[in-house]
Design a protein around this ligand. Structure first.
Ligand code: PRP
Ligand code: URA
Length: 209
């Protein structure tokens, strides 16, 4: 069974409280999604392997460490996942970025795919899926399905807020995928929205409501 990591870091929790606030405007919301993603990226990459390297400083040789092992790719689920990309790439500048376009059918809540574009070497990369919300889990589970279909073997997913229903669904569908969140909320409502959540992440990032 995969692990769910809930980041209790004070800076993450402080930013999350402003994201949840319905009076927070589009500009601040968008900035905070990016900043929260950056802080979460820092926490979620603690286990990346390092290798020893020797570096010549202006003074002497220094024994240092650099990232080793697989290269990374960040894969946002459109639209709302786009808001997290800049923060992630600021932390991991060498990461490539793939895009998966999905929207939830408002009647069935089932994910509908409309875009899929990955770096050519995606199957050799460790992938971090980003999307602010894990609600029913349908979108993120479909994203993992599509990535596994093209040969990706190591996938983790990062969400600012998750519902217990989405976490359970993801763990059942993909027990190998670890989940990183800033908050695990109470439940979903009848419309598939996370309670208390933060509302519609895409609309709040892009000002479409
Ligand atoms: C939202 C959110 C997730 C999805 C989560 O996207 O950004 O992708 O819902 O719900 P689920 O876990 O039940 O699948 P939405 O469908 O509203 O599309 P958008 O990002 O284009 O606004
Ligand atoms: N998508 C959102 O943007 N918010 C929710 O609460 C659920 C799905």
């Amino acid at each position: 069974m995969s692990t769910v990591h809930v980041f209790e870091h004070p800076l993450i929790q402080h930013k999350l409280s402003i994201l949840r606030d319905q009076t927070t405007g589009v500009k601040e919301f968008r900035e905070l999604v990016g900043e929260t993603a950056m802080l979460m990226c820092f926490e979620a990459t603690r286990d990346l392997p390092l290798e020893a390297v020797e570096v010549e400083t202006p003074v002497a040789k220094a024994q240092c460490k650099r990232l080793a092992g697989k290269k990374l790719a960040i894969v946002p689920i459109l639209r709302a996942g786009l808001g997290m990309v800049d923060g992630m790439v600021a932390m991991i500048p060498s990461a490539k970025v793939g895009h998966i376009g999905l929207y939830r059918d408002p009647e069935t809540l089932e994910p509908v795919k409309y875009y899929f574009k990955m770096p050519p070497d995606i199957s050799e990369r460790e992938v971090i899926i980003v999307d602010p919300m894990l609600a029913t889990g349908g979108s993120a589970i479909a994203a993992v399905d599509f990535l596994k279909e093209v040969g990706v073997k190591h996938i983790r997913c990062m969400h600012i807020i998750a519902a217990p229903e989405g976490v359970q669904a993801m763990q059942k569908a993909h027990p190998d995928v670890d989940i990183y969140v800033a908050a695990l909320d109470e439940r979903l409502n009848d419309h598939g929205y996370i309670v208390p959540g933060l509302g519609d992440a895409g609309d709040r990032i892009f000002g479409t409501k």
